[in-house]
Ligand binder design. Structure first.
Ligand SMILES: O=C(O)CCC(=O)C(=O)O
Length: 348
């Protein structure tokens, strides 16, 4: 029981909201009056309140929103049912036309096992070679991550400039750590001292625009054990795992329950934890788990939820500079106008 149903000669706000909720979900006036009376609300007051709420234009307005929501939910459920057990495909590589038609346009992830086969990065990139080539370059990394459970959301609070060589000493430590991580937001590829890395990347120019590589490509370097929590992006990404392995948990954007408690780009739970520990609303969600081996690339469509754990000291390289408009900034379900205004009842 949240509070007493009665406040003087009226129902409390909580109980009024309870009446609205139940009317919208099909309860009858008599059922609601009986339930309120069972909570010691005088019968006359219970009947008056339920009748007043039934007649309110606010209830009609809420009903209209619910109808619209139910229609969209039906559409999402149709999509979920149609795609239910489709596993994530693994292919050697695909042409630009196939990628755009079969994966981009259908929001379908795919692992490409041979896409980076001819990249000099495959032989030239390692922690040791990065130290030799770039050890004295000043880079930015995220530090003190362990002290902040929302370190990825608060990434700016964790920025620190370091000599790359000093950072790589931390990356090479054998014990797993999520305390330091060079992430996309550190904009490493935009540092003049680091741009020669692009010479080690072979872009399919039908798929990617090399002129957009600076700003459109990102580097992730971290120790074994880094964890990027469950989130989505608003761009399509070709995520290339160059050194070490990473484990990923993927959920499609149409797993609609995740939208309800998303905040910003982040979901509310740890997809790697046992399912029984997830919020009840998400326990039926279909999760795809996969490990990217060194050299493998994942095409990850905009909106797909992903959580990433480094199984080894790791270097990953992402390309976003597709030859298609790749900004879906309007897709921000965890940050809609009313969520920003703080009126979401689910706000933490
Ligand atoms: O590799 C990681 O830790 C995270 C990668 C990621 O989330 C991304 O590329 O959007």
């Amino acid at each position: 029981m949240v509070d007493a149903p009665e406040r003087g000669q009226a129902l409390s706000d909580h109980w009024r909201a309870w009446v609205v909720d139940n009317l919208l979900h099909g309860a009858s006036r008599d059922e609601l009056v009986a339930a309120l009376v069972a909570q010691d609300v005088p019968p006359g007051l219970a009947k008056r309140e339920v009748q007043a709420i039934e007649a309110s234009p606010l209830l009609a307005c809420c009903a209209q929103f619910l109808i619209e929501r139910e229609r969209r939910d039906q559409l999402l459920e149709l999509l979920v049912d149609l795609r239910a057990d489709r596993p994530i495909e693994r292919r050697e590589s695909v042409s630009a036309d196939t990628l755009f038609a079969d994966y981009w346009a259908t929001s379908t992830p795919v692992v490409l096992t041979e896409t980076t086969r001819d990249w000099p990065a495959r032989t030239n990139w390692s922690i040791a070679s990065f130290r030799r080539r770039f050890g004295d370059v000043t880079v930015q990394v995220c530090t003190r991550r362990d002290a902040d459970p929302h370190c990825d959301r608060n990434f700016r609070d964790h920025f620190e400039e370091q000599r790359f060589g000093d950072y790589l000493d931390l990356v090479e430590r054998p014990e797993p750590s999520n305390d330091v991580y060079m992430i996309a937001h550190n904009h490493t590829m935009e540092r003049p001292g680091m741009r020669s890395l692009l010479d080690d990347v072979v872009m399919d120019e039908a798929l990617f625009d090399p002129a957009e590589a600076i700003g459109g490509c990102t580097l992730w370097v971290g120790p074994k054990g880094t964890l990027t929590p469950l989130h989505h992006d608003s761009t399509n990404i070709l995520f290339c795992q160059i050194v070490g392995r990473k484990k990923l948990w993927l959920l499609p954007p149409w797993e609609a329950s995740l939208l309800d408690d998303a905040r910003g780009f982040y979901a509310s739970f740890d997809a790697s934890s046992p399912r029984r520990q997830w919020p009840e609303a998400h326990r039926q969600a279909r999760v795809h788990e996969l490990v990217l081996e060194p050299g493998e690339a994942l095409f990850l469509p905009a909106g797909w939820w992903h959580q990433v754990r480094a199984l080894d000291a790791s270097i990953s390289f992402s390309l976003l500079n597709f030859r298609r408009d790749n900004r879906f900034d309007d897709y921000a379900p965890g940050n809609t106008r009313l969520v920003q205004a703080g009126v979401d009842r689910g706000s933490p």
